[in-house]
Design a protein around this ligand. Sequence first.
Ligand code: SAM
Length: 469
Amino acid sequence: MYDVNSRHADDFIDHQEILDTLAYADENKNNLKLIESLIEKAKLRKGLSHREASVLLACENEEMNEKIYRLAEQIKKDFYGNRIVLFAPLYLSNYCINGCTYCPYHLKNKHIARKKLTQEEIRKEVIALQDMGHKRLALEAGEDPVHNTMEYYLDCINTIYSIKHKNGAIRRVNINIAATTVDDYRLLKEAGIGTYILFQETYHKESYLELHPTGPKHNYDYHTEAMDRAMEGGIDDVGLGVLFGLDKYRYEFAGLLMHAEHLEAAFGVGPHTISVPRLRDADDIDASSFKNGIDDDTFAKIIACIRIAVPYTGMIISTRENQAVRERALHLGISQISGGSRTSVGGYCEPEPEDERSEQFDVIDTRTLDEVVHWLMEMDYIPSFCTACYREGRTGDRFMSLCKSGQIQNCCHPNALMTLEEYLMDYASPATKALGDKLIDKEVLNVPNEKVRAKVVENLRLIRENNRR
Ligand code: SAM
């Protein structure tokens, strides 16, 4: 029985409710009157339920689909402006005792070199990332209670926050590690992590059990209830995601939104972010052998429908996608992207040798951070290195209220412009700097409050004179 408040996975991700939702969406996929009314409801920017959003996802009418895309773009603009937050993944360790059938880290893979970074190696990797201009990282690791202990993660986080190098400093460390206990989540919170990210992989329990045949990750309930424990441990920014390609996308979509509804109902705050990874080839993984892959159009539709359903939730796309797919996704709702990523352990200092293949997945967008920043600005996006909210403690529901109060344009926008100018001064190529300065001069005029605008202009002048306060 579907119970959105229950803390048991089978209640808040109720299989029967998902099947009923899919049947309802199927019945109504050409019900233009209903679809039109759902689009009108979505225009109120209060989101849609999993049932309602599933009807929009199933909609086959071209004219309605156009309206859905246009609304997603508008909501994206209204809530996030033209800022795109940048980050990079940092792979700490590929030791793993799980048997995930889609991931090259699985225990039975004997031909990838297993590596775990020492604190000294982390220092080198982070300096390499700082030298590109990164300020936000997402830590990644396999699950191995002997090699990858909580103590190890806490050391890594402390090391990263303590590295000061030229003008660089990592200001926000997010972490994507296996489901763990409330006590461990509390420790991660105390260590100062930003978002705790954990992909569900698939919400379809039967598939989940088959895709994770061995290891601790086999425990579907423990994995699915992880965000409840994380929130109980005091982490208020959690990041959801499914790995598209493992099961049927409409099932995953409904499950994902039910999970978001559950967090909102149980804790008063929904997920901080939703990621949309698609399955990719990797060392001994052939993505085409999984039968639920989705094409680029379906992928775009999913992103647009998530944007409409949960307007306050940030959306993340990684370098698993090529430039063209990322470009389309940015328009439809993505607010954070990775750039210059390496997905092998130690990959920022020592790129993978030709004969080795220990990346977690093949990176498709291989451009440098400077190229990604340039590309974003050519499309009039503002690449944002800002972490002010996090430093001011504006996380969880406090961040949501900032969004809802409409103050983002007087607060996030100026911060993004100033941190972008710092990036341009410190790290950008001459062509990127020239393009960025032009964009900033234009964008500063869009700060609505006159006093704030004057202050930003003054700060920008000081940054350009290398006189930072
Ligand atoms: N050990 C953690 C866990 O169990 O969730 C972190 C996993 S891993 C470092 C991060 C994510 O990469 C996984 O959750 C999975 O969704 C994704 N991933 C694994 N194999 C992949 C593949 N072949 N292609 C694309 N993404 C993949």
